[in-house]
Design a protein around this ligand. Structure first.
Ligand code: SF4
Ligand code: SF4
Length: 369
């Protein structure tokens, strides 16, 4: 449970990554990339995300955190943490994963898309040299999570795909220390690295930005299809996943889009995958639009409920009943939430305490915490 004291403690913590600025040329941050192909004339092709950047010697890919040096490709952000905070897991949001626990949350600079509504553009749209960072190697990260009684590490804020070598190594270090790993991602990644992530982490939450290629082209500078493939693969690999859909007024909020989304989720990954409709606040390049009206979020939920999805949430609206988890059989609240606070959990051994319906997810708390 997140009690008041623990929550206030997290608010009082300084940003753990602000301790020291790292030298730009610090070799500790540089490791060979794992997913790329060597080409003639010292060129390389990055195979990490669907962009497949082809990069000349001494150049970087679109994400700005990977560099070709003499025909070998390197990540420049291994252990190069530019943001570190202790957050409730509900803030990610992951609602069916160790509710009421804290996640030790880290990011490096960089992202492989450029969302016009990005809330973290100051770290996602910059090169590593442009932000203050600290060296936090995997074992230290896992140790920090344990020290602050976080049963999980969350890779979040910017885009973990572009710092995937750090995620993979830290997930291993976390497992060795009894700490789980959750990835908070836009899901724009190729299948091989995705499957590698699925072997090493415990949950992947996907921000599905919209259900149209047009939106992905115009607002995200990415593609929808690879993200849908990502969600299907995560599910097939048996990794816990939840989907978040940020509802942006006039851009991705039609009944048809919500209905198409619900039907796709139900058919391709099943009605038990939680779907969160999150309220947009004007940010970055979309300051001209208003916050999402509550009736729009409730309309989205009503459409998806009617299509047969079992766990449809409304996010960024503290106090709304759709923040809680309701048993799809007896309709009682099995996880009661208010904002990021979990007030009660009525789930025993993965089942509703009232009617014994199975509630899918990863429940409970590791015994060592
Ligand atoms: S991860 Fe970066 S370098 Fe690799 S293809 Fe994607 S944007 Fe390009
Ligand atoms: S994927 Fe996330 S971090 Fe990257 S630009 Fe979009 S919102 Fe920002």
């Amino acid at each position: 449970m997140v009690d008041r004291r623990a929550f206030l403690q997290t608010l009082a913590l300084p940003c753990l990554a602000s301790r020291a600025a790292a030298s730009d040329s610090d070799a500790r941050f540089i490791v060979e990339a794992r997913f790329y192909e060597k080409l003639p004339y010292k060129k390389i092709k990055c195979k990490l995300c669907p962009r497949e950047c082809v990069i000349d010697d001494r150049e970087r890919g679109y994400c700005g955190v990977r560099e070709n040096r003499g025909g070998t490709y390197y990540s420049l952000v291994h252990s190069r943490v530019c943001a570190a905070h202790i957050d409730p897991i509900e803030k990610k949001p992951l609602f069916h994963f160790l509710p009421g626990t804290m996640a030790f949350s880290v990011a490096t600079a960089g992202c492989n898309v450029n969302c016009k509504m990005c809330q973290n553009w100051d770290i996602s749209q910059v090169r590593p040299e442009q932000v203050s960072s600290t060296y936090m190697p995997p074992a230290e990260l896992a140790g920090n999570a344990r020290q602050y009684q976080c049963p999980s590490i969350a890779y979040t804020y910017s885009e973990p795909v572009v710092f995937c070598e750090y995620v993979l190594d830290s997930a291993d270090a976390g497992r060795a220390a009894g700490v789980r790993s959750v990835v908070i991602s836009g899901g724009y990644i190729q299948q091989d690295p995705l499957k590698e992530l699925c072997r090493r982490v415990d949950s992947i939450k996907i921000d599905l930005k919209a259900f149209s290629e047009k939106y992905y082209q115009e607002v995200v500078n990415g593609e929808l299809k690879p993200v849908l493939n990502t969600i299907v693969t995560i599910r097939k690999q048996g990794i816990w996943t939840e989907i978040v859909y940020l509802v942006v007024p006039t851009l991705n909020d039609s009944d048809e889009e919500f209905r198409s989304l619900a039907r796709w989720v139900k058919t391709e990954v099943g009605p038990d995958v939680p779907l969160h409709f999150s309220r947009f606040h004007p940010e970055y390049l979309l300051k001209n639009l208003p916050p999402t009206p509550l009736p729009t979020l409730e309309r989205a939920k009503a459409i998806c409920d009617a299509e047969g999805l079992h766990y449809v949430y409304i996010g960024n609206v503290p106090g709304h009943p759709a923040e809680s988890t309701w048993c799809p059989k007896c309709r009682r609240a099995v996880v009661e939430r208010a904002g990021f606070t979990v007030k009660a959990v009525h789930i025993d051994e993965g089942k509703c305490r009232f009617c014994r319906q199975i509630i899918p997810g990863i429940w409970g708390r590791p015994s060592h915490i």
